[in-house]
Design a protein around this ligand. Sequence first.
Ligand SMILES: NC(=O)C1=CN([C@@H]2O[C@H](COP(=O)(O)OP(=O)(O)OC[C@H]3O[C@@H](n4cnc5c(N)ncnc54)[C@H](O)[C@@H]3O)[C@@H](O)[C@H]2O)C=CC1
Ligand SMILES: O=C(CO)COP(=O)(O)O
Length: 338
Amino acid sequence: MSKPIAVLGGGSFGTAVANLLASNNHPVIQWMRDEQQAQTMQVERKNPKYLQGVPLQDGVQPTSEIAEALACELIFVALPSTALRQVLTPYAEQLAGKGLISTTKGIEADSFLLMSQIIEQIVPKARVGVLSGPNLAKEVAAGALTATVIASEDQALCQQVQEVLHGSTFRVYASSDRYGVELGGALKNVYAIIAGMAAALGMGENTRSMLITRALAEMTRFAVRLGASPMTFLGLAGVGDLIVTCTSPKSRNYQVGYALGEGRSLEEAVQRLGEVAEGVNTLKVLKAKADELEVYMPLVSALHAILFEGQTLTKVIGSLMSGEPKTDVDFITVAGFS
Ligand SMILES: NC(=O)C1=CN([C@@H]2O[C@H](COP(=O)(O)OP(=O)(O)OC[C@H]3O[C@@H](n4cnc5c(N)ncnc54)[C@H](O)[C@@H]3O)[C@@H](O)[C@H]2O)C=CC1
Ligand SMILES: O=C(CO)COP(=O)(O)O
C-alpha cells in the first residue's frame, strides 16, 4: 500500500484531485474545516454541496482533523486564496521538508504574492510546486480527458506529482517556470469574467476570439514584465486555461461575468454563485500592480472601470474600440524576445 497523500480543501477542486489520486490507488486524506461536511462525505461518499453527482472514490478519507492531513509527505492545497495563509501559518514547523503543491489560482492583496510564494514564506524549507491548467473540476471529476502542468524548480517533485496523478484520463506535463504557470492561472480568471459578460450581452464568436487573443497578449505582457517566460503562456497553463475559462459556462468566473452582463450587481453575482470566483479579487490587485509598473492592460482597466469606478458598459466598450491603432503580436518583441 502506498503512503497517504493529503488534500487541503473540501471544495470542488479539492474533491476532484482527491478522487484522481484515489483512483490511482493512493490513500487520500482530504481535510476540510467543516466537521459536518466531513461527516456527510464520509457517510454518503459524495460531496453534494460542491461536486454534485460525483461518487467519492473508496480511498478518500474526509476529515476535519488537520493533523491527520499534515502528517502526509505530499500535500495538495486546494483552498481559496483568501484562506491559504491563515490555514497554513499555525503549522509552519511541522510542514518543513514536505511537498506542498498549490492548486489555488489567486493573488494575495497588498503583498501581490502568489500562493506558492506564500507557502514558501511560511515554510521556507518546504518543497513547493504549483498545479495549474485547463482543469474545470466538474470535468476532471467526470473523467473528461484532461491535461495539466506541475511546475516547480524541484524536478524530483514534478516527477512525483506526475506519477501520483497521471492516469487514463489525466495527463500531467512538467514545467520549471513556476511563477509563469501560477500567474497564468490567476490572471485568466479576470478575462473569464469579461467573456461571461460579453456572452450575456449577446456578443458573437468574433468578439470572443478577439477577447481571448488580446487577453493573452495582455497577460503575457504583464507576466514577462514580472519575470515569467512568454513561452509558458503558449502552454496549458497560459492559453489553455484562458480558453477553457473564457468559453465554458461551467467556469465560476465566467458565471459571475454572465450575471453582471444580465444587469446584476457584483454583490448579487458573487452571492448567487456561492463558490469561489477568484477573478474578482485578482482584478483589484492586478489593476493596482499594472498601474504601478505602467504595463498597458486595457481589458483589465475596462473591467475595473465598470466594476469599481462606476463607468457604464457602453462608455467603456466605446473607449476600448476607439483606442489608438496597435501592432498585432507585439508582446514578445516588446519584452526583448525578438
Ligand atoms: N473548481 C475548479 O474548477 C478549479 C478550481 N481551482 C482553484 O482551486 C481553489 C479552490 O477552489 P474550489 O475547490 O473550486 O472552491 P469551492 O468554492 O468549490 O470550495 C472552496 C472550499 O474552501 C473552503 N473554505 C473557504 N474558506 C475557508 C477557510 N478559511 N479555511 C478552510 N477552508 C475554507 C470552503 O468551505 C470549500 O470547501 C481556487 O483558488 C480555484 O481557483 C483550480 C482549478 C480548477
Ligand atoms: O481554473 C479553472 C479551470 O481551469 C476553474 O475556473 P473557475 O474558478 O472560473 O471555475
